[in-house]
Design a protein around this ligand. Sequence first.
Ligand SMILES: NC(=O)c1ccc[n+]([C@@H]2O[C@H](COP(=O)([O-])OP(=O)(O)OC[C@H]3O[C@@H](n4cnc5c(N)ncnc54)[C@H](O)[C@@H]3O)[C@@H](O)[C@H]2O)c1
Length: 267
Amino acid sequence: MSGRVALVTGAGRGIGAATVHALVAEGWSVLAVDRACDDPALPYPLSSRADLDRVVSESRLCAADSGSVHGYVADVRDTEALAEAVGEAERRWGGLDAAIACAGVIAGGVPLWQMPDRQQQAVLDINLGGVISLATAAIPAMLRRPEPRSGRFLAVASAAAARGMPMLAAYCAAKAGVAGLIRALGAELGSTGVTANAVSPGSTDTPILAESARLYDLETAQSFAPQQPIGRLLHPDEIAAALVFLAGSRSSAITGSVLPVDGGLTL
Ligand SMILES: NC(=O)c1ccc[n+]([C@@H]2O[C@H](COP(=O)([O-])OP(=O)(O)OC[C@H]3O[C@@H](n4cnc5c(N)ncnc54)[C@H](O)[C@@H]3O)[C@@H](O)[C@H]2O)c1
C-alpha cells in the first residue's frame, strides 16, 4: 500500500485510532482527523488533543517504511473544515485514495420523544451529517486521481442500522441513513473506479460502548457480550481489519455494500 493516502475521522481513539494504526503499519500515509475536545451537547467525554497526539506518535512507532501520519483537528459537522483537511492531505502527499468516516457519538437512554433536542441534533448531525460532509469533501479529491482509479469511500455504520434498538432511535435512524447513503453512493460512483462501502460493527470495546452501557443502566459494557453469538465483545482492531481490507486494492469488486462485522449480532 506504499504511496496510498487516507483520511480517517474519529481518529482520536477507538475504531478510528485502530484504523489509523493498521493503515500506517501497511504503508499508508494518513491524515488522522478528530474534533479532539468534548461536545457540550453530550454528557460523556470525547477524545482530547492529547489522545489524538498519542495515536499519531504510537502509529509512527509501528509505521511501515512508506507509512506516515499527521494529526488534524476538525469537526465532521463542518464541511469547510473537512474540505481543508482533504486539501491538507493532497498538499502533503499528492492526492487522496481513501476517506474513512469513523467519527460517531451516542445519546439516548430515553424514548425519542423525551430526548433533549440538542442531543438528537448531535447524533444526527455527526453520525449521518458528518458522513455526508466527508463524502462531499473527499470524493471529488478521489475523482481527481488519474484513471485507472481505486478510490475508497468508507463509513462505519452499526448493527443499529439493521435493528430497532429501544432508547436509541435517533442513533438507529442515523446509522440506517449511513447504510442508505452508501448504497446510493455505490450506484452514483458507478464505473469511476471509486467505490463506497460501510462496515457495521457489533458491540466493540470502546468508550462509546461504555456510554451505551450507562444509557441502559448496565454496570459495564461487558454486559453486552452474551447477546453477541460469538460470546464476547469485539476489539477495535477487528473492525479496523475489515476497513483496511475494504480500503485496499483487493476489494475492487465490492461497492455499495454494508458489511456486518458484528460477531453475529444481527443474525
Ligand atoms: N463501539 C461500538 O460498539 C460500535 C458499534 C457500532 C458502531 N460503532 C461506530 O463506530 C464508530 C467509532 O466509534 P468508537 O466505538 O470508536 O467510539 P469512540 O467514542 O471511542 O470514538 C469516537 C471518536 O469520534 C470522535 N468524534 C466525535 N464527534 C466528533 C465530531 N463531531 N467531529 C470529529 N470527531 C468526532 C471522538 O472524539 C472519538 O475520538 C462510530 O461511528 C460508532 O457509532 C461503534
